[in-house]
Design a binder for this molecule. Structure first.
Ligand SMILES: NC(=O)c1ccc[n+]([C@@H]2O[C@H](COP(=O)([O-])OP(=O)(O)OC[C@H]3O[C@@H](n4cnc5c(N)ncnc54)[C@H](O)[C@@H]3O)[C@@H](O)[C@H]2O)c1
Length: 255
């Protein structure tokens, strides 16, 4: 049977905010929502987001999610452009952290602020504008927020925090009809992982250790994110869904 994807009407009339959308996974998520009929605000700290949004026929905002007013500015930009906000995707993040004993205070602060605290602050500012019922939030965690992997300590701790934030908030917002879920990607080919992909040990552990025997693509993450925001997922909340080619479930026996 041939897949009929994407569905150009699935998110018609909906407005979506995607952070970290200039490139990589966030760009893939924005592209998927746009292809399925949504209006999308692409937010990023790098000005390339303007080009990405233009390519998709959508709206850009150059803003760091770490700015204390980021959530308010993002919400206002989406409301000014679309008059509503239905879906928030907290995707912006930084990679490349280190072992604890090589992590100075600045590194720890940067990872916990960008990859965790900013997610809480932005979400707190956007939630009042989401429809009740019907609002959806998807956070991007990581397989390294679920299993240990030496060498990415502050990153992994932040991503575990994102997973727990997802469960906490799901309970807090379910009575209001807002669903909160997370996706935990495996190794995805994006600018963030270019360096990792040149590291032979990492590639052997992660790529060869993945049962489907390939890296993921931004589109592999965008599909599950869209599913979690669709009516098909109306009874799904508080879930942290690994999208990792089977890495967490059954790390390949060859390794
Ligand atoms: N690529 C992977 O293998 C992988 C695996 C698991 C989780 N993730 C997560 O997926 C998300 C996207 O990662 P990616 O691989 O596409 O990375 P990427 O570096 O290719 O893209 C991340 C985007 O976020 C933006 N960003 C960074 N800091 C920001 C800030 N303060 N404010 C606004 N935007 C900011 C960057 O400019 C960039 O455009 C991240 O949260 C990452 O931790 C990635």
């Amino acid at each position: 049977m041939e897949a009929v994807l994407p569905d150009p009407t699935r998110f018609a009339g909906k407005a979506v905010i995607v952070s970290g959308a200039a490139r990589g996974i966030g760009e893939g998520i924005a592209e998927r929502f746009a292809a399925e009929g949504a209006k999308v605000l692409l937010v990023d700290v790098i000005p390339e987001v303007v080009e990405t949004a233009a390519r998709l026929g959508q709206v850009a905002l150059v803003k760091s999610v770490t700015d204390r007013d980021a959530g308010e500015v993002m919400a206002k930009a989406a409301l000014d452009a679309f008059g509503r906000i239905d879906i928030l995707v907290n995707n912006a993040g930084i990679g490349g952290s280190k072992r604890l004993m090589e992590s100075d205070d600045a590194l720890i602060d940067r990872f916990l602020d960008t990859n965790l605290a900013a997610v809480l602050r932005v979400t707190r500012a956007v939630v009042p504008h989401l429809p009740r019922p019907g609002g959806r939030i998807v956070n991007i965690s990581s397989i390294f927020g679920i299993t240990g992997y030496p060498g990415t300590t502050a990153y992994a701790v932040a991503k575990a925090g994102v997973a727990q934030f997802t469960r906490q908030l799901a309970g807090e917002l379910a009575p209001e009809g807002i669903l909160v879920n997370a996706v935990a990607p495996g190794l995805i080919a994006t600018p963030m992982t270019t360096g990792h992909r040149q590291n032979a040990l990492y590639t052997r552990l992660i790529v060869e250790g993945t049962p489907v025997e390939r890296m993921g693509t931004p589109a592999d993450i965008a599909g599950p994110v869209a599913f979690l925001c669709s009516e098909d997922a109306a009874f799904v909340t508080g879930v942290v869904m690994p999208v990792d080619g089977g890495f967490l479930a059954a790390r390949h026996g060859k390794i």
